[in-house]
Design a protein around this ligand. Structure first.
Ligand code: MF3
Ligand code: CO
Length: 388
């Protein structure tokens, strides 16, 4: 509680048990909340009535929030960093009937995916490979269009709107929409959000970092890619943000170098974790890469950490993602009450990058590769901190 501020006198003291005329003392919190008629007769009376009086502040704040229409739906949840959900979510975006929908579009349940055998890895024929090339090219276009809109002041819901429209213009269904009831068309994960952030009314701030994770369904096949971007100049000037983003980008590149026929799937984690640790980052072990084809998340499961026991070996015609998530602190996560958003337990920042890959006879095709004019891209690492 701050000291009391003298101003114009009014009729009666606000103290519940006080008969006095009001003095010239106004509650400073009320003033900040634009309430200009709460006067007390004395400092004493103000203090005595504080517990009762302060409930008015809460009420005024709630009212102000209702006036804007925005609110935090989980006000009692112990958030671990500075990011908050800002609701209401926008209404569900429609996909024209003429666009082919995956099975979960109506029911919310990915039945086909659930029926898959856990170890059988699909090998794509020439037609399937061509279909994957096409859907991945379109998905890259969608990510680039969405990423071009990133700047301080825009909401993640606006990014979702842009992504959704770009999908539809390409005769594509945004795979996340209604996948296990996910409510939006891509995942947007700022700062301490590890993955699966839901686009909402939160405004991007200069200094944020933001991952956009785009997946689309076209011609009967899925594509999946994500990148982490700097929001405004202040993020680029933050050495820790640059360290986690650029190291994650490099980890994905290092893992892709290993992709060729004969490479065990379990080998990727070793190079990813080694490089992460060399930069003082940690690999978040919960989330992994996955097969991708006519299904969104078929086998194999691809861990990004060392000493894993993943089964499967790269064969020509296999398509899968690699999508490491690194953090500046500890790897423990907490799930928000929305049942989607995962945040680091220590509130430290995280980054992720993802490509969809096709194993060829001689190596790998990065189906979601960046183009010359793709937004984002690598920036120089800040000099390593020196002692003294
Ligand atoms: N795109 C994510 C992945 O890389 C999956 C998002 S599913 C969603 O596998 F429902 F959260 F959108
Ligand atoms: Co993925």
């Amino acid at each position: 509680m701050d000291g009391i501020i003298p101003e114009q006198p009014r009729s009666k003291c606000l103290g519940a048990d006080c008969e006095n005329d009001a003095g010239s003392l106004q509650c400073p919190t009320c003033l900040k909340l634009d309430m200009h008629d709460s006067y007390f007769c004395s400092q004493e009376c103000f203090k005595r009535n504080w517990n009762e009086h302060k409930t008015l502040h809460k009420k005024a704040q709630d009212k102000a929030q209702n006036a804007t229409g925005f609110h935090n739906p989980f006000p009692k949840f112990p958030f671990t960093g500075s990011v908050r959900p800002v609701y209401p979510l926008s209404a569900r975006r429609a996909v024209p009937k003429s666009i082919a929908h995956p099975d979960w579009a109506v029911t919310g349940i990915p039945r086909g995916e659930e029926r898959l055998h856990r170890t059988r890895i699909e090998i794509l024929d020439a037609k399937g490979q061509e279909a994957m090339r096409k859907v991945c090219r379109l998905a890259r276009e969608v990510l680039d269009i969405a990423a071009a809109e990133i700047r301080p002041g825009v909401t993640t819901d606006y990014i979702d709107e842009v992504c959704h429209r770009a999908c539809i213009e390409r005769d594509s269904y945004p795979s996340p929409l209604n996948y296990n009831h996910f409510p939006k068309s891509l995942c947007t994960s700022p700062n301490e959000i590890v993955c699966h952030g839901i686009p909402d009314q939160r405004v991007l701030l200069d200094g944020d970092i933001l991952n956009l994770d785009v997946s689309i369904y076209h011609g009967g096949y899925h594509a999946d890619l994500n990148e982490t971007y700097y929001v405004g100049d202040r993020a680029l000037a933050d050495p820790d943000s640059v360290r986690v983003i650029e190291t994650t980008r490099e980890c994905l590149d290092e893992a892709i170098k290993l992709v060729k026929p004969g490479t065990p799937i379990r080998d990727f984690g070793a190079v990813i974790e080694k490089h992460a640790r060399s930069r003082g980052c940690r690999v978040v072990p919960t989330w992994g890469g996955h097969g991708i084809n006519t299904e969104f998340h078929p086998p194999p499961w691809i861990p990004h950490y060392a000493k894993n026991k993943a089964v499967g070996v790269c064969r020509p015609g296999m398509a899968f993602t690699i999508e490491p998530i690194l953090t500046l602190g500890k790897t423990r996560e907490v799930e928000w009450p929305d049942k989607w958003t995962n945040a680091t337990a220590d509130g430290k920042r995280t980054a992720q990058f993802e490509h969809t890959l096709l194993v060829t006879e001689t190596g790998v095709e990065v189906l979601t590769a960046r183009k010359e004019d793709s937004p984002g891209g690598p920036v120089p690492m800040p000099p390593a901190p020196t002692n003294g």
